[in-house]
Design a protein around this ligand. Structure first.
Ligand code: GLU
Length: 507
């Protein structure tokens, strides 16, 4: 086992965004590539933002994609517990160490006092209030108050938070694998709270403590955490710990214009930005799985949002991705979420699947009930006919509607254009051929109908489009004769009747 230990550390505040899945995926790929360990850690220190069901959703999504953690809540591992709320006791000693070494301090400010200074600053035109060295000296904390007063307040035990003491006039520099050297001026940083009044650590503290205790070698996470990394780098220094290597992933951008891909955008344009459907009371979001995507196709699509193997290669199995993955091929600039591309990938994946696999997927989809009315032999043939004409799984049933029942609608425009009354005698003759065909295979039907057309010196273009629309309603269907064989004689004759009755009305 190599020393590569990576973690995906979501906060269970709602459904996992597709960007989070990409973060998990890159962590997973690096772990598998290096023979390392992929860890799931649930960062649930903020109880106010905790959402019931979010952790299960995260696990279900990772499992659907086949990017299972090696360690995590419910997955075992020697570095647990893997939920931060269950590690509460562990953090206190590190907070104390930082206070004792003078790198953190107790603050006694009440919410009201904080709002008051915020307001005052706003009035002075300062809209980005920061609790920094300057503010620190004016507020009530163990750096500004006399020792006796601090001791008294500590003994009282009310409303005590711990803040990080950011040094003044320092440039904090760390190396990011994606961005190279990154620097922040310490005077721009705020004295972040690391322990809240209820004794719960904040994200920042719990995050570095756990990365240290869990022996994380690489922190791979979204770009939005880049600025926090300055605080984290300082905390590693304060604790005398070696920091892991950092890699901050580029944003996933909205398909139109800039900005981070948002759930609002998904809802507006009708595409999923979540892996699985989420029914959260008033908030319901569509998911890739329920919308009929193949998990492997989505993984392939996501892998390329911010990474490429160094050439134009697009179709890759998970094994190939593992083989080709490297952090130095992650790009810096934001990656546009292109839903059509996601559908293209899905189409390619569906085409490469066996009919039997597709049937298994359909049987556990929302179309399961419909499918149960047909036997497997019929379904496998229907799938074979439709396979190259779908981009998501439900298309088998919706685009292939006419394989299961009478066409829901007809391409009247083409019917009108192509139907010639003088050919009716030929259609009647073809009807006769069909009715008397005992085999009713694609081969025998095609042989008979094609010979009839040639023998009577007709053009295929005068006959086939009419047959096709009469049977399926559309010009876009699969092979006409294969379709007839599948539908069966009885149904073909019913459709024939309905279709020609329609022609009489419109032609
Ligand atoms: N809990 C953070 C999140 O929800 C994790 C950030 C990190 O990976 O450090 O994204």
């Amino acid at each position: 086992m190599s020393n590569t230990r990576v973690r995906f550390a979501p906060s269970p505040t709602g459904p996992l965004h597709i960007g989070g899945v990409r973060t998990a995926l890159y962590n997973y790929l690096l772990a598998k590539k290096t023979g390392g360990t992929f860890i799931l850690r649930i960062e649930d220190t903020d109880q106010n933002r905790y959402v019931e069901g979010a952790e299960d959703y995260i696990k279900e999504a990772l499992e659907w994609f086949g990017i299972q953690p090696d360690e995590g809540p419910g997955y075992g591992g020697a570095h647990g517990p893997y939920r931060q709320s269950e590690r509460k006791e562990m953090y206190a000693q590190y907070v104390k160490e930082m206070v004792d070494s003078g790198n953190a301090y107790y603050a006694f400010d009440t919410e009201e006092e904080l709002s008051k200074v915020r307001e005052e600053e706003k009035e002075k035109g300062n809209h980005s209030f920061k609790y920094n060295w300057e503010v620190r000296s004016k507020m009530r904390n163990s750096t500004s108050l006399p020792k006796e007063e601090t001791d008294r307040l500590l003994a009282e035990g009310n409303n005590i938070t711990v803040r990080l003491k950011i040094p003044q006039n320092e440039t904090i520099t760390f190396t990011d694998i994606v961005r190279g050297e990154v620097s922040f001026e310490s005077n721009e940083l705020d004295d972040k709270v690391i322990m809240k009044a209820d004794g719960m650590p904040t994200y920042h503290l719990a995050n570095i403590v756990d990365d240290h205790l869990m022996e994380i070698s690489h922190v791979i996470r979204g770009e939005e955490w880049l600025s926090s990394t300055a605080h984290h780098a300082l905390m590693y220094r304060f604790m005398g710990w070696t920091a892991p290597q950092f890699a901050h992933l580029p944003l996933i951008l909205n398909p139109t214009g800039g900005g981070k891909l948002s759930k609002r955008h998904g809802a507006k344009f009708g595409f999923p930005v979540f892996p699985l459907q989420w029914d959260g009371g008033e908030e319901t979001f569509q998911g890739f799985r329920e919308d009929g995507f193949d998990a492997d196709a989505v993984v392939n699509f996501l892998a390329l949002l911010g990474w490429n193997p160094g050439d134009d290669k697009e179709m890759m199995s998970k094994e190939e991705m593992i083989e080709l993955f490297s952090l130095d091929k992650i790009v810096k600039s934001g990656a546009k979420f292109d839903f059509d591309k996601a559908k293209w990938f899905n189409q390619q994946y569906i085409m490469s699947k066996s009919e039997a696999d597709i049937l298994t997927t359909l049987k556990s989809s929302k179309d399961a009930e419909k499918i149960s009315q047909y036997d497997d032999t019929f379904m496998l043939k229907a799938i074979q006919l439709m396979k190259e004409r779908v981009s998501v799984y439900p298309d088998f049933i919706s685009n292939g509607q006419y394989l299961f029942s009478l066409p829901a609608e007809y391409d009247n425009k083409t019917l009108k254009k192509k139907y010639k009354a003088e050919n009716q005698v030929h259609f009647d003759a073809i009807h006769e051929l069909i009715s008397s065909d005992e085999d009713f295979t694609a081969e025998s039907l095609s042989g008979k109908i094609k010979s009839y057309i040639t023998d009577n010196e007709l053009s295929f273009g005068a006959i086939f489009p009419i047959l096709r629309i009469v049977l399926s309603g559309t010009m876009k269907g699969p092979d006409l004769f294969a379709m007839m064989e599948l539908i069966g004689k009885e149904d073909v004759l019913i459709r024939w009747k309905a279709g020609f009755a329609l022609i009489e009305n419109i032609a």
